[in-house]
Design a protein around this ligand. Structure first.
Ligand code: BMA
Length: 336
């Protein structure tokens, strides 16, 4: 009999840490936050807020310890430019990458042509500067790497290439010399097929996290059931120098909806990670996620445990050597 696997991610007992009732103004849902450490060491969440028009904006919440005593901006911090077609129906799901003195924010613009990938920058989470539309519709779940590779920026993102279920919706990597012009697009993480938890549709979670073994990714997979979709998340590892190469990919999810606040809400059965931080101890990861498109929750995990898991529970069955890459993870179907 297989031993019951211990939870890699331990949910904070005080979850959800932010709920609509914590907001200083009237809202419907607060979820899918980007996270950053501010200059004074406090934790900043840039939270997607859906107000009672149904349109989303982003609002900053700050906490000294990242768990308690959140100070929420009294008004929307970054509001969609409703006159621009690219943001006509709101802005959603930010991911934050710190580069030098700036925080680069990739977020979904809900345009009249469908969801697309936008870039904005801030130095202080008070004023935000729109930079560019990075990817045309339909595309979302995007994040930048904090470093350049051979002078080029890398972007992970999730275009929807076809409405056909049999084709699937995959995570891509694209490259740019200047954060404006993008090319050399390639599929990086394939959605599987059939009954898998990550069949048909996958998408990036938080921005890639640099480790000495490679870039750690968390990605969501969507399983469609008779009762609706279930959003869970698994792990993958990319080569440090060549992030277009997948070293390993977990066969199983590492967090999925279990707690009441994840199972019940506007969209039930959704765990949607969008930000994580490595604590100063160098091992503890603090991961923030949207729960049921209604509230914000946090869970912690050990980085070394996650790295061991993605190797030992890789989709190849853990047969690849650590350091070498898993050909099954890199190759995509026919394993789906
Ligand atoms: C995805 C995104 C997320 C949302 C999730 C579950 O497609 O749009 O914003 O949290 O669906 O509804």
């Amino acid at each position: 009999m297989t031993a019951i696997r211990k939870q890699l991610f331990r949910r904070y007992k005080g979850n959800p840490i932010l709920a609509p009732s914590d907001w200083p103004y009237t809202v419907n849902g607060v979820f899918n936050p980007g996270v950053a450490v501010d200059r004074d060491g406090s934790t900043v969440l840039l939270v997607r807020v859906e107000d009672r028009t149904g349109v989303s904006h982003l609002t900053v919440a700050r906490s000294r310890d990242g768990f308690t005593d959140w100070k929420v901006d009294p008004h929307p911090s970054f509001y969609p430019d409703l006159d621009r077609s690219e943001e006509a129906w709101g802005i959603e799901d930010p991911r934050i990458t710190r580069v030098d003195d700036e925080y680069l924010i990739t977020y979904t613009g809900f345009s009249r042509g469908g969801p697309l990938v936008c870039l904005a920058a801030t130095r202080d989470f008070r004023s935000f500067e729109r930079r560019a539309v990075l990817m045309s519709p339909e595309d979302k779940d995007a994040a930048l790497f904090p470093t350049r590779f051979g002078g080029r920026w890398g972007l992970l993102h999730r275009p929807v290439t076809s409405g056909d279920h049999r084709v699937g919706t995959h995570i891509w990597i694209s490259w740019s010399p200047d954060l404006r012009h993008w090319g050399d697009h390639a599929i990086l993480i394939h959605a599987r097929q059939g009954a898998w938890w990550d069949a048909v549709k996958v998408g990036l979670g938080p921005p890639p996290l640099q480790t000495d073994q490679g870039w750690l990714l968390m990605f969501h997979g969507v399983k469609t059931t008779a009762a609706g979709a279930i959003y869970r998340s698994g792990l993958a590892l990319l080569d440090l120098e060549d992030p277009g190469t997948v070293l390993a990919r977990s066969n199983e999810w590492v967090i999925g909806p279990e707690a009441d606040y994840e199972r019940t809400g506007d969209v039930p059965d959704v765990v949607f990670p969008t930000g994580w931080l490595l604590e100063p101890d160098g091992d503890t990861i603090r991961m923030y996620y949207g729960a049921a498109d209604t509230s914000v929750a946090v869970a912690s995990a050990g980085l070394n445990e996650l790295l061991a898991f993605v190797h030992d529970h890789c989709i190849c069955g853990g047969s690849h050597r650590r350091g070498a890459h898993c050909t099954a993870a890199a190759g995509g179907p026919p394993w789906g």
